[in-house]
Design a protein around this ligand. Sequence first.
Ligand SMILES: NS(=O)(=O)c1cccc(F)c1
Ligand SMILES: [Zn+2]
Length: 260
Amino acid sequence: CSRKNTRNAALHPLWQSPLTIPGGTRQSPINIQWRDSVYDPFLKPLKISYDPTTCLHIWNNGYSFLVEFDDSADRSIIIGGPLENQYRLKQFHFHWGAVNDWGSEHTVDCKFYPAELHLVHWNAVEYPSFEEAVMEGNGLAVIGVFLKLGARHEGLQTLVDALPAVRHKDTVIEFDVFDPSCLLPSCPDYWTYAGSLTTPPLTESVTWIIKKKPIEVDEDQLEAFRTLLFTSHGEEERRMVDNFRPLQPLMDRTVRSSFR
Ligand SMILES: NS(=O)(=O)c1cccc(F)c1
Ligand SMILES: [Zn+2]
């Protein structure tokens, strides 16, 4: 993407130095060039079934705010799409900007969205734990959903209302019923490619499934994200904004689409 729309991610202390993995060949995020993506007729529809009672808590981990789920059984799972196995939901979180001009990690034809949702799942068929799956090439499956400025999102609002309670790093609150499927667009279309985690340990273990259609949220909801802090109680406050990684080289990868 041309420099003109490169945002100032470099200012963020977490990614002050260009964080690259020596020998990394499948790093994320990437720009998705729509015209270069290849329609794959063998891609199946993605099947998603989440049990809202598996929701546990929300916490601020100093990178984003995470909504974590009980992944001790196959109760909230995804299957199909590009996946060989069934994957269990572990957590979801967001990345966003200081302003609405940027914030997403992935881009589409160099367009940034103001925020991006990541629903993180792990391959519990082949691996005994999330921590082990994180180290394996087919260990994780992350669904990415772009957020665009528009109508207020009622499902998101229940999350937004809880954010003041996790303003500081390492704070947590119980959050016992939430259905993350309310955050998915109704359109089934997606792109998929082999990539990595976008925060440390940056391991190359993610099958990315990026939804073509964004969901709409309003300005107040995006502003609520920006009231969170990277810093703990007692530290000098640093607003949690621009918590995204810079775009990474595509290298020898093809992005497939589930749609013509
Ligand atoms: N941003 S992300 O690639 O979805 C991610 C980073 C770190 C851990 C994790 F489970 C997911
Ligand atoms: Zn993420």
